[in-house]
Structures are given as structure tokens and as C-alpha cells.
Design a protein around this ligand. Structure first.
Ligand code: HSE
Length: 435
């Protein structure tokens, strides 16, 4: 496997196996791949069957043996989670090693601490694999789009939920069996609740926002709703109205400029009009739409999870470090674009100020004037309605589906409270975002 850059691998699961397999087969890839030398691999269980065959002497069950090994130049962290990943990364940095990681959870929560340690040590922490699987999105945000003022980043950035929703819509698959298939295909997190509850997507949008807007955000304050309570009925209503339902993550600036810069971030099931570029994103695919000045809109699309695509992103980062080392630039001074250190403070706006369109489905009694009274409540709170229709009326009850224009969360809450208090309204059966 070459004699150049020493690679220490933490984790040989789905993605680790994909990385090892690329390193074992450098033919017809960039010539620098052949210079990558896999030196040590930390695994939890030495006896577990692997997708790749590696010499037994490479293995250890002690990950600190990998980060402390003086012949390891780059530590590739693929164990995920917060601890011991954070401690291993910090220890490797203290030993002067660069890091490549797919770990969105640790970067979203401890990215600033890790970036500060890396800047002090003059090493890189590269995270292309942490967001969007095989899609190159981190490097474009750091480098290719650097001349833009970014206004908004939105996307479908969790492959598991994208896969589950697509299977449910296209084949009528049951939620549980689609989730099980996603796990078997290597898309889901170790604990798939992180996928279906939107936690993984919130980690990823926090990372994208920090890069797009130049400062880290408070990960713990991102409003997050997953897909586990999403009802098939709303996917049907959406489709009748010309929309697809996706788990959408959004980060947008709320002011042209300010210090700190106010941002609105959210993750929620969202109706997307069928003619919108994100509506056609299906299966395990992810897509990230970046809106900036002067570029306008640019969309990045591709496989968002799985061994091969994620390994492709990991190896790209390793090659970046190999290239820098070959050019002789690795002497405690880092390239500011590749290192992407933050250059301003950002702050999340209060959830009540988030402005967006809404989809609501009310179950009501089917009495004359009910649509008018619901419309009246919206009007009194200054909520403008894009469309309001009655669906599926039976002898006694009706479903009233409303799509609003963009409005603040606080006005929307006041309106829904008033509507739920109307005597003919049985309940608010669903409330989703809408583009
Ligand atoms: N569980 C993640 C997903 C893997 O489904 O998108 C890639 O980050």
C-alpha cells in the first residue's frame, strides 16, 4: 500500500471498510492514493467478520495506540458519537496529526474546540464525509464559493429518511420495513433514532451553517422535528396538492449584516412543490441548495450515505493532506481556506421569529361556514392564506387543509390556538413546513 502518508484508521465498519478497500486498490485512481499507507486500524472486536482483508498485525482494540503511533500522520476517525471520538481527535491533534472524520455529531457540538486545537497545532481537521455522504459540499463552501455572500443553505441531508419516505410513497412500504432495509444497506446511524428524529440532519445543517456564514452556531438550539410522527395521510394530501414531503434542513441569514449575525436554522418534514429542484431527490440521495450573491442558486446532488460514497469523501480529504504534504506546506502553517477557521460570531434567532410557509390539516365537523371561520382566525392574526381546501368530507366530519404564505412562528401559533378553540374544530391533525 505505498510508502508515503501514514494512515491510522479508527473504526472498520461500513465506511472504514469502504476506505480500506480504496486504499487496497489504488489502480486507476489519483496517483497519490498509492502513496497512502494504512498503518494501524482500531476495532472493537478483533473477531468480527470484515468486508476487507487486512494483515492481522495492523489491528488493535485500543484506539489510543493508533493516535499515539508516531508513524501515523493522519488519523481517520470513523467510530462516530461524542466520546471517545472527541478525546481521540484532541489527543491526535496534540500529537501533531491531521484528522479526517465523518463524525457530524462531534463536529456539530465540539467543532470550535477541535478547530482551535488544530489551529494551535498547525494541523488540519477535514470533514467532507460528515455531510452529504459522497457529495462534495464542504470543500465548495470553504473554497469554490468563497467569493459569495451566502444567504441560504437548504437541503435533504439525511439519506435514511430520504430512503424511507421514497419507499413509502413509491411502493407503499411500511415505515418499519423501510427503516430496516436502510439499516441493512448501511445508511442508518448506529442508533437510527438519530436519523428518524432529525438529529443527524440537525448536526449536518449546523456544520453547513458554520461554513456558509463563518461562525459556529449553538447546536442545542436548532428546532428539530423528525419523520417518526409523519402520517401517510399528509403525504397523500401533499401529493394531491402537487407537493412532495421531505425532511428538509434550512439555514438562512436573517439580516444583510450584523455582529453577531442572526441566523434561522430548522429541520422538519416539509412540503416541497413538485417543480422545485429538491422535490425530485429520492432514495438515499441527498441534495444541498446553496443560494448566494452573486452565484444565485447552485445545487449539489448525489448519494448521501453508504460505504462507497462516504469513503469517497474520506479519501478525498486524505488526498488533500497528502497533496499539501507533497508540496511541503505542512510546517505548522495551515491554508486558511482549507482549515476554514471561523471569522465571525453567529447567533440563532428565537424560534418564534422563524418565518416560513406552513401546511396545516384540521379535522372539523362538516358544518356550513367552518372554512370561513378558520380563514377569519388566520386573518385576525395577520396570517395570509395561499390555499384552503376541504378534503374527504364524510357524513359528520371534514378535513380542511391550509397552506399559508410566509409568516412568523409566533403569528402561526396564535392563529392555530384560536382555530383549535373553535367549537366545530376537532383537532389540528398535522402541521408541517412548506416551501
Ligand atoms: N445516517 C446518515 C444518513 C449517514 O442516513 O444520512 C450519513 O451521514
Amino acid at each position: 500500500m505505498g510508502s508515503g502518508l501514514g494512515i491510522g484508521l479508527l473504526g472498520l465498519g461500513t465506511v472504514g471498510g469502504g476506505v480500506a478497500s480504496i486504499l487496497q486498490n489504488p489502480n486507476e485512481r489519483h496517483p497519490l492514493v498509492a502513496d497512502l499507507r494504512l498503518i494501524r486500524v482500531a476495532v472493537q472486536d478483533l473477531k468480527r467478520p470484515r468486508s476487507v482483508e487486512l494483515p492481522i498485525e495492523l489491528f488493535t482494540t485500543d484506539p489510543f495506540k493508533v493516535v499515539n503511533d508516531p508513524t501515523v500522520d493522519v488519523v481517520v476517525e470513523l467510530i462516530g458519537g461524542i466520546e471517545p471520538a472527541r478525546s481521540l481527535i484532541l489527543q491526535a491533534i496534540a500529537k501533531g496529526k491531521s484528522i479526517v472524520t465523518a463524525n457530524k455529531a462531534v463536529i456539530a457540538r465540539h467543532g470550535q474546540e477541535i478547530a482551535d486545537a488544530a489551529a494551535k497545532a498547525g494541523v488540519y481537521v477535514l470533514i467532507e464525509a460528515a455531510v452529504g455522504g459522497g457529495i462534495p459540499i464542504i470543500e465548495p463552501l470553504k473554497q469554490s464559493l468563497g467569493g459569495n455572500r451566502i444567504n441560504r443553505v437548504s437541503g435533504i441531508i439525511n439519506g435514511t429518511t430520504s430512503y424511507i419516505l421514497t419507499r413509502m410513497v413509491n411502493e407503499g412500504a411500511a415505515y418499519e420495513s423501510a427503516l430496516e432495509d436502510a439499516q441493512n444497506l448501511g445508511y442508518a446511524e448506529a442508533n437510527p433514532a438519530a436519523d428518524v428524529d432529525g438529529i443527524d440532519a440537525a448536526d449536518k445543517i449546523a456544520i453547513l451553517a458554520a461554513l456558509a456564514f463563518g461562525g459556529s452556531v449553538d447546536r442545542s438550539n436548532i428546532p428539530t422535528t423528525g419523520i417518526s410522527h409523519l402520517k401517510g395521510r399528509d403525504m397523500d394530501c401533499a401529493s394531491q396538492l402537487g407537493y412532495s414531503v421531505k425532511l428538509l434542513a434550512v439555514a438562512e441569514r436573517m439580516k444583510e449584516s450584523a455582529e453577531p449575525l442572526p441566523l434561522s436554522l430548522r429541520v422538519q418534514p416539509t412540503l416541497i412543490p413538485n417543480d422545485h429542484p429538491l422535490a425530485g431527490v429520492n432514495g438515499v440521495n441527498n441534495a444541498i441548495l446553496v443560494e448566494g450573491d452573486p452565484i444565485g442558486q447552485v445545487m449539489f446532488y448525489g448519494p448521501g450515505a453508504g460505504a462507497g460514497p462516504t469513503a469517497s469523501a474520506v479519501v478525498a480529504d486524505i488526498l488533500n493532506i497528502a497533496g499539501i504534504r507533497q508540496a511541503g506546506k505542512m510546517e505548522n502553517r495551515v491554508d486558511p481556506l482549507l482549515a476554514a477557521s471561523s471569522w465571525r460570531n453567529c447567533v440563532l434567532v428565537d424560534q418564534s421569529k422563524i418565518r416560513q410557509c406552513h401546511y396545516l390539516r384540521f379535522c372539523t365537523q362538516d358544518t356550513p361556514g367552518v372554512i370561513g371561520r378558520i380563514g377569519g382566525c388566520f386573518g385576525e392574526q395577520g396570517v395570509s392564506i395561499q390555499s384552503i381546501i376541504q378534503l374527504n368530507a364524510n357524513k359528520a366530519n371534514a378535513e380542511i387543509v391550509v397552506i399559508t404564505h410566509e409568516v412568523s412562528q409566533s403569528k402561526m401559533e396564535a392563529a392555530t390556538k384560536a382555530i383549535e378553540a373553535l367549537p366545530e374544530v376537532i383537532n389540528l391533525a398535522a402541521h408541517l413546513g412548506c416551501l
